[in-house]
Design a protein around this ligand. Structure first.
Ligand SMILES: Nc1ncnc2c1ncn2[C@@H]1O[C@H](COP(=O)(O)OP(=O)(O)OP(=O)(O)O)[C@@H](O)[C@H]1O
Ligand SMILES: [Mg+2]
Length: 307
């Protein structure tokens, strides 16, 4: 049986000739999946294509068996999309927003609609504050309201673009938990460039770089691929410049008169006297993956990912 999201030989060129997606082949079944990549990699473009907001220039994309180009109406029925802003709803209460949006999406039976709203609010943990006005919600509550509206019509696929930007750590964890619960019987695809936001909740990660998929697999495979390339070393201040030129440094901190650095090296080229890190973090593994040919890319990667 086909997966909930099937992407075959997808390429996209914007008007003006800028090709931003190149021969993408991906499939996502139920579970939470992360779409990861630096700024400009093409994540939002891919998500907009999945949500039928952009028509791709080449290739096939289907959601639950429906082609996004040939049958966008059926696709939208299977799909929940988290919009970034709820600005226009400031003076409405949570339950009012959901009631109106549910009616707009065709749920005309009041009893069914109210049941669906109560269920969705329960799933995102907003039931107790259903009468609170949107303008009084925190950033994280707003994102959860966004998820609730995406859930009302019980879609099989939920697409969330950069959901955790601007959230504090506590809300971030809460949001991640909501998504992983939803992923139990649906496909949840979320994009981010905050690597730590994916972590354990994610079944698989797809890495996009300059419009191409450079990796798809479980997070532990990404970590596996980084083994032997992540090091920790204790150096002097005088050595720091040299290290910064030669390696991607992930962290530096001063301990008495030494500097402890963690960094990424090319395969078999970790510095003398450095210790190999046997359990790299997901972020370090991502950096290692994105710096296969370290030297030419080093500065640009630092700018794009470490900031
Ligand atoms: N409407 C458009 N017309 C032309 N080019 C566009 C358009 N939208 C995006 N692009 C370009 O397509 C490329 C990919 O953009 P996209 O927004 O998909 O990247 P992204 O991975 O979501 O980046 P970010 O992490 O910054 O959100 C970028 O070079 C961007 O400038
Ligand atoms: Mg984007």
């Amino acid at each position: 049986m086909a997966s909930n999201i099937e992407i075959n030989q997808l390429s996209h060129t914007y008007k003006g000739g800028h090709q931003v997606l190149k021969d993408i082949n991906l499939s996502f079944d139920s579970g939470v999946y992360g779409l990861l990549g630096p700024n400009g990699a093409g994540k939002s473009t891919l998500m907009k294509i999945l949500c039928t907001l952009i028509t791709p220039t080449e290739g096939q994309v289907s959601i639950c068996g429906n082609n996004v180009t040939a049958d966008p109406v059926s696709v939208r029925r299977q799909l929940g999309y988290l919009p970034q802003e709820f600005g226009a709803w400031r003076n409405y209460r949570i339950e009012e927003v959901l009631n109106i949006l549910a009616q707009l999406s065709g749920m005309h039976d009041k009893k069914i609609r109210l049941e669906a709203i109560t269920k969705a609010l329960g799933e995102v943990g907003l039931r107790e504050i259903a009468d609170r006005k949107v303008k009084k919600l925190s950033g994280g509550m707003l994102r959860r309201l966004g998820i609730a509206q995406a859930l009302i019509h019980e879609p099989k696929v939920i697409i969330v673009d950069e959901p955790t930007v601007g959230l504090d750590p506590e809300e971030r964890i809460r949001f991640r938990n909501v998504l992983s619960d939803l992923g139990l019987d649906r496909t949840v695809l979320l994009s981010t460039h905050i690597v730590a936001d994916l972590g354990g909740a994610c079944k698989e990660i797809a890495l996009l770089d300059a419009g191409k998929v450079v990796f798809q697999g479980p997070p532990r495979e990404l970590v596996q691929a980084a083994l032997g390339r992540v090091f920790q070393s204790s150096i002097t201040e005088a050595e720091l410049d040299q290290f910064e030129e030669k390696y991607v440094l992930v962290s530096t901190h001063v301990a008495s008169n030494k500097i402890i650095v963690r960094g990424i090296a090319n395969k078999n080229e970790i510095p003398k006297n450095a210790e190999q890190v046997t359990e790299p973090t997901l972020e370090e593994s991502y950096l290692a993956f994105m710096t296969v040919d370290l030297q030419p890319k080093i500065n640009c990667i630092k700018e794009r990912i470490c900031n």
